[in-house]
Design a protein around this ligand. Structure first.
Ligand code: JCF
Length: 672
């Protein structure tokens, strides 16, 4: 019994240390399996001696039955809110007010503790003699809800503070949040179960904390950063806020690793820009930064106005979601004729830029979101991601809002619009008759990863087509400086330069040329595969559907697209003209690749190989001139099988494809 009691104490201390290393220091000492083993041993001992179970035992994180409602907790010291600042000027004024109130001499800078402002929920935890006793939400700042049992389930919340000489009582304040990764994982799991998903990490964190059943809270990836202290009894505070945070850290209360002390306005603004630039890579959602006068004596001197301290301010980032009106919905015609609905918006400042257009991607999305002309919508622009319409605010829909339907004819050329059953995209069937498609295919042809015609931007292409100077890609190569001079804002010098870069683009590679042609479903990777497989344009043009299907990773749909493209007389004509104008590329290297040991061979990897990792095995095959594909077909030369190989191995046997192991692969590579 005594030995067990001692062991129980030791196990609890060990688990507390591992929690601290894992959740606070982010530097685990042991793998999860070891942690689980210690936990299991503790549970077993406690089951044998129930009288030894204490509330601060790590086995008690999820304890207590679901409650009907949360009790109420009065904060000993009210939980403040923060004033908001939206501009550099607001910060300059804040700092000026602070210096004036403190009657600092001209030129004396104030030190501010600076931290990201998390977009989560504020909570207050009470520790008495170092033991966690009460957890409460902010509520109205004076009274909050009792979420003690739920807060116990967060493993970054120590049930006992580390070290000793803890105050008799302390309220520590922090922000509960969910990391982006945790949120995404949770939503993936929810989707897999067919449950509803949360719209953002903040809502997910709030919803998880407000569960009446602590077992549900325990299953959610909630985290916490502590940022301050409320009441303190039987203990003293250090002189500075930054020291207070270090003290919390030593007690095992996790603080944000981005916290810095900055001096004066210049320091604050550079901190704001630095965090703003790294916002997308922090891994959690923030909506600004918080600055606090670092000296606690000065904080006391400054005091409060109404609910907010004079010694702190939140410097907000521009909102990522805003509201605006839809002026119009237009259909854009792309290179392959795809019709894309685009909303023209009342310009709105969101995510740091003014947005006046948002794509709705396709008819289905337009229907699903039910966006109508005249609607008020929520626009989101996060990071550098293209702006999107989140949803319509239906309560604000005017009676004369106009729903937009898919047009039956192309808005640019009047050709029929067709939508293949089961496909999301509707297309203009006008092909090169359609000026929009001509423009888009020329833009693609000239783009950097295709023919790379420097200086032939979108605006110039549009003018060239509108002026009737260029119909197809081949026409580019007969343009003259004289003709270019007809275009707006085109001088002698830039015209000469453009002609030179058009001419320079003739010298290309077979893969780039194929990609530039803009064949449906032929992206860069497919273009490269085709170029490598066929070697010459003549071989590709002469290839049958079946022969194209022999190229690794090309399926029937793509093979058909390629076949159709080369069968079309107009395309044959353009390709011929391009070659006649001198577009050319180096002939395929006949020597080397043929002599590589695995050239012409296709491999599929399955199962775990004894020594080679998957990436190593792929690299080995590629270096020896072989190809690696993902599915087993009659074209597969070898299936390399390791341990626990599954359906691919079966398929290989069915198709009578050779199955080899790692040793045999090594022998093949070594062959000359
Ligand atoms: O991260 C936050 N959301 C946050 C909120 C950080 C802080 O330092 C705060 C806060 C709210 C009030 N400080 C106070 C005084």
């Amino acid at each position: 019994m005594v030995a067990d009691a001692k062991r129980i104490v030791a196990l609890r201390e060990e688990l507390a240390r591992h929690d601290y290393r894992y959740y606070v220091l982010d530097d685990p000492e042991v793998p999860d399996a070891e942690y689980d083993r210690i936990m299991r041993e503790l549970r077993e001992l406690e089951a044998r001696h129930p009288s030894l179970i204490t509330a601060d035992s790590p086995t008690q994180r999820v304890s207590g039955a679901p409650t009907r409602e949360f009790g109420e907790v009065e904060h000993r010291v009210p939980m403040l809110s923060l004033d908001n600042a939206f501009s550099d000027d607001d910060i300059i004024n804040f700092d000026r007010r602070v210096r004036e109130r403190l009657e600092l001499a001209e030129g004396v800078e104030v030190d501010y503790n600076s931290e990201p402002k998390l977009d989560g929920l504020a909570i207050s935890l009470t520790y008495e003699d170092g033991v966690f006793t009460v957890g409460a939400t902010r509520g109205d700042g004076v009274k909050g809800e009792d979420v003690t049992t739920n807060m116990r389930t967060l493993r970054s919340v120590p049930l006992k503070l580390r070290g000793d000489r803890h105050p008799k009582l302390i309220e520590v304040r922090g922000e509960v949040f969910m990391s982006n990764a945790g949120f995404e994982q949770m939503n993936r799991d929810a989707l897999a179960r067919g449950d509803k998903v949360f719209v953002n990490p903040r809502n997910a964190a709030a919803g998880s904390l407000r569960q009446l059943d602590p077992a549900i809270t325990a299953s959610r990836p909630l985290e916490i950063f502590f940022y301050g202290v409320g009441a303190i009894e039987g203990g003293t505070l250090p002189e500075r806020h930054s020291e207070l945070l270090s003290m919390l850290g030593e007690w095992g209360l996790r603080t944000c690793p981005e916290i810095r002390v900055e001096s004066g306005v210049a320091g604050l603004l550079s901190y704001y820009r630095d965090i703003g630039a790294r916002r997308a890579t922090l891994g959690y959602q923030i909506d600004g930064v918080v600055y606090k006068v670092n000296s606690l004596a000065r904080q006391r001197e400054l005091g409060f106005v109404a609910r907010a301290p004079r010694w702190a301010i939140a410097h907000k980032f521009p909102a990522e979601e805003e509201m605006t009106q839809v002026r119009d919905i237009e259909w854009q015609v792309g290179r392959t004729g795809a019709l894309t609905p685009v909303a023209r918006l009342e310009p709105v400042f969101v995510g740091g830029v003014t947005v006046s257009n948002a794509t709705l991607h396709n008819v289905d999305e337009l229907t699903r979101k039910d966006v109508r002309i005249g609607d008020t919508v929520i626009i989101r622009r996060a990071g550098d991601v293209i702006p999107e319409i989140v949803r319509v605010i239906e309560e604000r829909r005017p009676r004369d809002a106009v729903a937009v339907l898919l047009p039956t004819v192309c808005p640019v050329c009047g050709s029929d619009v067709s939508r293949i059953e089961g496909e999301a995209v509707a297309r203009c069937m006008g092909g090169l008759v359609c000026a929009a498609q001509r423009k888009e295919s020329l833009k693609h042809f000239a783009s950097r990863r295709a023919m790379d015609v420097e200086g032939l931007g979108d605006k110039v292409v549009e003018q060239l087509v509108d002026a009737g100077l260029v119909e197809s890609a081949a026409d580019l190569y007969s343009l003259t400086v004289q003709q270019l001079l007809q275009l707006e804002r085109m001088g002698e010098k830039s015209a000469t330069k453009l002609i030179a870069s058009i001419s320079k683009s003739k010298d290309t590679t077979f893969a780039r040329f194929l990609f530039a042609l803009g064949i449906s479903n032929v992206g860069e990777a497919t273009a490269l595969a085709l170029a490598e497989h066929f070697g010459t344009l003549q071989a590709l043009q002469a290839a049958s559907f079946e022969q194209i299907m022999l190229v690794p990773d090309i399926g029937p749909v793509v093979a058909e697209d390629i076949r159709e493209f080369f069968e079309e007389p107009r395309n044959q004509q353009i390709v011929g003209q391009l070659l006649a104008h001198g577009v050319s590329w180096p002939a395929p290297s006949t020597g080397r690749s043929e002599h590589q040991p695995l050239s012409g061979k296709t491999f599929v990897l399955t199962g775990t190989l004894p020594t080679l990792g998957r990436a190593d095995a792929e690299a080995l095959i590629r270096k020896a001139g072989g190809k690696v594909t993902s599915s087993v077909t009659k074209k597969t030369s070898y299936v390399v099988a390791g341990d626990s190989a599954g359906s691919k191995l079966e398929r290989a046997r069915e198709l009578k494809v050779s199955v080899i192991d790692e040793d045999e692969l090594a022998r093949l590579v070594a062959l000359r």
